[in-house]
Design a protein around this ligand. Sequence first.
Ligand SMILES: [Zn+2]
Length: 82
Amino acid sequence: MMIYNMMYLQYHLGPCGGRRQTMGERKVMDCGKYPSDNNCTLRISGKEEEVMPAAIHHATTVHGHKDSPEFRKQLKSMLVDE
Ligand SMILES: [Zn+2]
């Protein structure tokens, strides 16, 4: 089950979308699994290189995190196989 929000769709509706379909590469970043002040339930899924920019964008704009190499590492560790 996939839930995308509008921001994610806008962010990813590009001409290069959906060309390559490789099984087993999809990752999920499930915000709902982690405590947040707005009870966020966003779930982002896709290939790692697709999920990461969306997750960084979400975390910085919605949750007010500061983007940094450390933070990216932390986000990356939140990705799980779909
Ligand atoms: Zn969130």
